[in-house]
Design a protein around this ligand. Structure first.
Ligand code: PDD
Length: 279
């Protein structure tokens, strides 16, 4: 298994960055996760566009050109001989003695790993996900895909400890922002697919955008508006979307069953369409 670290392909077990990398001290870094399905990168363009946006928001320079980056991605996939996997890419501001100030010209650190994945998602599809709602304690810029993931990780662990599968984060006004590492959706009785607008309080998911595109193709109605946990519990269906889980049906929230408590038809249908769309 190989990783890419700043210009070199190295055995995964030997891959490392310096202890004074700002990614380590300050979480001064952004990342992307891209699925590789049947040998092909899914939504590559969308992920690279968002990567550039995240870098721009933090004024971290691109570590290499946008022509070179996909070449490195493909070379790493080739060396790892994977067909179904998740590509993880992280760019930190770079190495510097610990200081809140930073040199704007610091050379960024780029690392990539590839990890085999099972995209049949058997359990998630057969049983659906049980969700626990948790206060959203993240910083005020969740629209940037930073590695500052501690609140999300703690929320997920709390959900698991309570016997749930994932956490949905709830803002101070009682509205769902998103899942711990995915976007949150509900399906109303009128067949509308509802998800929170990209209002700065969520990460604008690439899978979410793909579903919006698919909805226009199939004349499905997607409505962008915030919703509460109570509304989600009363909805016909709920699901979450991400690059690693695709479309994951949700069957309960805070112990309350959604619909008939089985993975919903709309969610499963959107998943199928998403897989076909990204082929
Ligand atoms: N998470 N919201 C949050 C907070 C996320 O971390 C993610 C992705 C998403 C979905 O975005 P996309 O559809 O582009 O994957 C929404 C990745 C998969 C992760 O952290 O592993």
């Amino acid at each position: 298994r190989f990783a890419y670290v700043d210009g070199q392909y190295v055995p995964h077990a030997k891959a490392c960055v310096h202890i004074e990398d700002r990614g380590f001290q300050f979480a001064d870094a952004i990342y992307e996760v891209i699925a590789i399905r049947n040998g092909a990168l899914m939504d590559e363009r969308g992920h690279l566009d968002r990567l550039v946006r995240s870098l721009n928001e933090l004024k971290i320079p691109l570590p290499m050109s946008l022509t070179a980056l996909p070449i490195v991605m493909r070379e790493l996939i080739r060396r790892n001989r994977v067909r179904n996997a998740a590509l993880y890419m992280q760019i930190t501001r770079g190495e510097a003695a610990r200081d809140f100030r930073f040199d704007p010209d610091l050379a960024p650190t780029l690392v990539m790993t590839v990890r085999r994945a099972d995209f049949s998602h058997t359990k998630q599809l057969n049983q659906g996900l049980k969700i626990l709602s948790v206060p959203d304690l993240r910083w005020a810029r969740p629209d940037i895909k930073t590695v500052m993931l501690l609140p999300s990780s703690l929320a997920k662990m709390h959900a698991l400890e309570q016997g749930a599968d994932d956490a949905w984060l709830v803002d101070a006004n009682g509205y769902v922002t998103e899942g711990s590492s995915n976007n949150a959706w509900i399906v109303t009785a009128d067949g509308e697919l509802v998800t929170r607008p990209a209002d700065g309080r969520i990460l604008k998911g690439v899978t979410r955008s793909a579903l919006q595109h698919i909805a226009t193709l199939f004349q499905l109605r997607i409505v962008e508006r915030p919703f509460t946990i109570a509304e989600a519990q009363a909805a016909c269906e709920a699901f979450s979307t991400s690059a690693s889980a695709f479309v994951a049906p949700v069957v309960s929230i805070d112990g309350k069953m959604i619909g008939d408590g089985k993975p919903g038809r709309v969610a499963l249908g959107m998943r199928e369409r998403y897989l076909r769309y990204s082929e």
